[in-house]
Every structure is written in structure tokens, then in C-alpha cells.
Design a protein around this ligand. Structure first.
Ligand code: UDP
Ligand code: MG
Length: 309
């Protein structure tokens, strides 16, 4: 018998705790056939609703259900890390509580693990039901980040993944504070099989992401897996020196040839504005990395557990 750990990060998912369990249990014949024992870890990320009570009720019915409850909301990345730390399984799978990661895909995913893949990941091929502007920025983000980072970050990838113990242990070795899970999976490598599926709408409740949160998340992703923006300052510096040199030549030649009519202060103001803008922009980039480094050297815990069952 081998053990399969299912990690379910939950933040205000009271309606989904039971639904998810029912849906997962539809796979029972498959679990029995494969000789898989089950361990379901609900990671409550500081929910303010009845999520914790719902999980406790569920645990009364089924001993295989476990609860890890955080002292406050630490974010999904922290919930995933906690789940991975606590999971004892030979195989570990992560799934959203809102059934956007259909548990019915599990048998197919497992068949690839048996074939010899180390991890089976999923990506949605459509972004149906999402505001077009969000899809547009998402696509831009993936294109940009893949160009400036050596780590492959797949467009549309979900955090729905089935992994072997070896992969999980590798991920756990990455103890960084700024956790961008999509990049971390890519970074550890191993042979990965990608499964594609159509976007599924949330079962109950609302998404915890808004445009601004996603934007910050995208910036985190870039700073966590690329240092190219830092080189931008040097690049622009060289470019501006070159342009300035050309301009000086032009002015000197012009002055020698046709004299020096004084003027041109508006153009001077424009140049000063632009150059100081570029300087502040570059300084801001350095600041971004500095702030990440600052948080990292503090070595604060990634999450705090209030209750564990
Ligand atoms: N989640 C979490 N902590 C948070 C936000 C979300 O644990 O701070 C969980 C949430 O309960 C869900 C999963 O992460 O199980 C995905 O969240 P959501 O459905 O809001 O994201 P989306 O599917 O819209 O990307
Ligand atoms: Mg969702």
C-alpha cells in the first residue's frame, strides 16, 4: 500500500469543504484498485468563516481528514508549503478547494506517474469566464517572465500537481520566504507531464484574487526568478551615454559651422525630466530587490500554526 496525500488550501471556503470531499471520494474505486491509502490535509489559511468547523465535522466522519489551521491569512503559497511539510505520502497532490482543479483527473494523472514521470502538472487551455483585460495581462506576464528568466513558467499552469516524494522533498529544500510556487516547480525540474483541461468555474464563493493582487503577484514572480531588471539600469546608462555623445558631436559641429544662436531651453527641460524619470525608475527596481532581500534576511517563519489535527 502506498499513501497519497491530498493538500487543499482553504481560505473562506465553508461551502466547498464538503463538496470537495464528496467529489474526491468519487475516486474511491480507483484508490482501492491502485492500493492507495488516502490522507486529506485541509490547510486553513486563517479563514474568517466556518471553514475550520466544517473540516472538524468532516474529521469526525472520516479519520483520514486532517486540519492545519494558521494563526492568520498567510497566503496560498504558505498554505501549500505547510501542506507539503506535513504530508507524509509517497505521492502528494495539491488541489484548490473550489473544485476548479477537478479530482476526476486523478486517475489519468496517476497513470503517468506509474509510467515513470516524477510529476504530473495541469494547465488550463482556455481562460473562459475571465475578464479579457486580465487574460491579456496574464499572457503579457508569462511572455515577459519567460524571456527574462531561465526558469520555465508555463502559461495557464495551475497549482494542481501530482508529485512523487522525491519532488516534494526537493521543493521543501527551497525555504525562501518569497514563495512563487509556479516558478519553484519549474526550478526543481524533474520529468513533468503536462495535462490540459478546460477552465472550470468556481463551485461556490468568490475568487480571492483581484487585479491589483495579481499585479503584485506578477511582480513577485519576476523578482523571485529573474535578476534581469537589475541589469536594465546599466543598459539604459550605456544607452544614454551613447546618445549624449552623439548629441555633443552634433552640437559642436553645428556651432562651428553656423555659429551659436542661444536657445533650446525647452528641449533641455524635456531631457532633464526624462533622464531623472529613468533614474528614478531604475532606483525603484533596485528598491524592489532590496525589499525582497530585506524580507528574506529577516528569516521570519513562512506560516504559524494555531491548531493541528
Ligand atoms: N487560498 C488560500 N489563501 C489565500 C487565497 C486563496 O489558501 O489567501 C486558496 C483558496 O481557498 C482556494 C485556492 O487558494 O482553494 C485558490 O484560490 P482562488 O480560487 O481564490 O483563486 P483562483 O482559482 O481564482 O485563481
Ligand atoms: Mg479558484
Amino acid at each position: 500500500m502506498s499513501l497519497l496525500s491530498v493538500i487543499v488550501p482553504c481560505y473562506n471556503e465553508e461551502e466547498n469543504v464538503d463538496c470537495f470531499y464528496e467529489e474526491l471520494m468519487k475516486n474511491t474505486p480507483f484508490f482501492e484498485k491502485e492500493g492507495l491509502e488516502l490522507e486529506i490535509l485541509y490547510v486553513d489559511d486563517g479563514s474568517k468563516d466556518r471553514t475550520v468547523e466544517e473540516v472538524k465535522d468532516l474529521r469526525k466522519r472520516d479519520e483520514r481528514v486532517h486540519l492545519i489551521s494558521f494563526s492568520r491569512n498567510f497566503g496560498k503559497e504558505s498554505a501549500i508549503y505547510a501542506g507539503l511539510q506535513k504530508a507524509k505520502g509517497d505521492y502528494v497532490v495539491m488541489m484548490d478547494a473550489d473544485l476548479q482543479d477537478p479530482p476526476s483527473l486523478l486517475p489519468e494523472m496517476f497513470s503517468y506517474i506509474k509510467e515513470g514521470y516524477d510529476s504530473v502538472a495541469t494547465r488550463r487551455v482556455t481562460r473562459k469566464g475571465e475578464p479579457p483585460i486580465r487574460s491579456f495581462f496574464a499572457r503579457m506576464f508569462y511572455r515577459l517572465v519567460n524571456r527574462i528568466s531561465k526558469t520555465e513558467i508555463v502559461d495557464g499552469a495551475r497549482d494542481y500537481r501530482l508529485m512523487t516524494r522525491q519532488v516534494v522533498d526537493s521543493i521543501l529544500q527551497m525555504t525562501e520566504y518569497n514563495r512563487f510556487t509556479k516558478g519553484i516547480f519549474g526550478w526543481v525540474g524533474y520529468s513533468t507531464k503536462w495535462l490540459e483541461f478546460e477552465n472550470v468555474e468556481r463551485a461556490h464563493g468568490e475568487t480571492k484574487w483581484n487585479f491589483w493582487k495579481l499585479f503584485i503577484y506578477a511582480l513577485d514572480g519576476i523578482t523571485a526568478f529573474s535578476t534581469v531588471p537589475l541589469a536594465l539600469a546599466s543598459f539604459m546608462g550605456v544607452l544614454f551615454c551613447f546618445v549624449a555623445f552623439l548629441l555633443i558631436l552634433v552640437i559642436v559641429i553645428k556651432t562651428l559651422a553656423i555659429g551659436d544662436p542661444v536657445g533650446g531651453w525647452p528641449s533641455m527641460v524635456c531631457i532633464i525630466c526624462m533622464v531623472s524619470g529613468v533614474q528614478l525608475f531604475c532606483l525603484g527596481i533596485v528598491g524592489q530587490y532590496l525589499s525582497k532581500t530585506y524580507m528574506e534576511v529577516k528569516k521570519r517563519p513562512i506560516y504559524l500554526v494555531k491548531e493541528e489535527l
